[in-house]
Design a protein around this ligand. Structure first.
Ligand code: MF3
Ligand code: CO
Ligand code: CO
Length: 275
């Protein structure tokens, strides 16, 4: 996800300009999105107690290179790895390392790759071993909030319509929505306008049009929405140490609705992943 300033990425025209792509561009996004989803599918069986987040990063890195794609996060603004692995109270941008996952953890794996110049960006939550009921509720609520937000996407709807739906589902389950990070326009660039805030009210924000590409990637917390970034400059955590969860899809606005580019071909969109 992006922080609230995407202008540094933009170039010289109106920094709020939202790209509208021709129908041919959907093929590129479809292929990139599918490969990103398949990358998470490949990571899925490796998530288990005792596995390091570095090991998950290597699975993703090898998968991306094996499929003639480019890891978008690696060296992006100095980011050192292929994926982000955000464990428990880490909200987003956790950096893979030598620490092992333990029974009862929850972890988000977020991958972005570039295929033929197009970006696919997606993340999922993984339970590690047996998790607590409240962690399961947080994960389920976050997935439902993302999907309900995506279901609002069509020409003429607004970014606020998506966010209002995310908020509605989150608050009904007494979860908070993180305000400091949001989804983003995507395409030939990783992060571009619009900022996809996961907040209402309905009707607020930019109006959607056919051919826009962006991510929907809400972060929900069991406690307060407040976040702080650690001294590594990346790892964002909940200030109150409460558990946090996130899912992310890359989508395109179609003539009459939405296409999700990052659906799992294996049907591994949400836990439980095991048969
Ligand atoms: N994949 C993240 C997103 O959803 C971005 C991570 S930026 C990185 O936008 F540099 F940390 F990789
Ligand atoms: Co993103
Ligand atoms: Co992402």
């Amino acid at each position: 996800m992006t922080d609230l300033d995407v202008s540094a990425d933009h170039g010289f025209h109106d920094p709020r300009h939202i790209n509208v792509h021709p129908s041919e561009a959907f093929a590129g996004m479809r292929a990139a999105g599918r490969l990103a989803a398949e990358c998470l599918d490949a990571v899925t069986p490796h998530v288990a107690p005792g596995v390091t987040t570095d090991a998950l990063d290597k699975v993703a890195y090898d998968f991306i290179l094996d499929h003639d794609a480019v890891p978008a996060c690696l060296n992006y603004r100095g980011y050192p790895k292929t994926v982000c692995t955000s464990v428990n109270h880490v909200v987003c941008h956790g950096i893979p390392g030598p620490k092992t996952l333990k029974d009862g953890d929850i972890v988000n794996v977020d991958v972005t790759l570039i295929l033929d110049g197009w970006h696919g960006d997606t993340s999922r939550m993984y339970p590690v071993g047996e998790i607590r009921k409240r962690a399961e509720i947080l994960i389920d609520t976050t997935f439902e909030a993302m999907m309900a937000g995506i279901a609002k996407v069509k020409p003429g709807a607004t970014i606020g319509d998506i966010g209002a739906e995310v908020e509605r589902i989150a608050h009904a389950a007494r979860c908070s929505v993180v305000e400091d990070f949001c989804g983003h326009g995507i395409g030939r660039r990783f992060h571009e306008p619009p900022n996809v805030v996961h907040l209402g009210p309905p009707g607020s924000g930019p109006k959607l049009a056919e051919g826009m590409f962006f991510t929907v990637e809400p972060m929900l917390n069991l406690g307060r929405p407040d976040v702080r970034v650690l001294a590594d400059g990346w790892t964002a955590v909940t200030r109150d140490k409460s558990l946090s969860a996130q899912f992310e899809h890359t989508v395109g606005v179609t003539a009459d609705g939405v296409e999700i580019f990052t659906l799992s071909p294996a049907g591994l969109n949400r836990p439980p992943y095991a048969a």
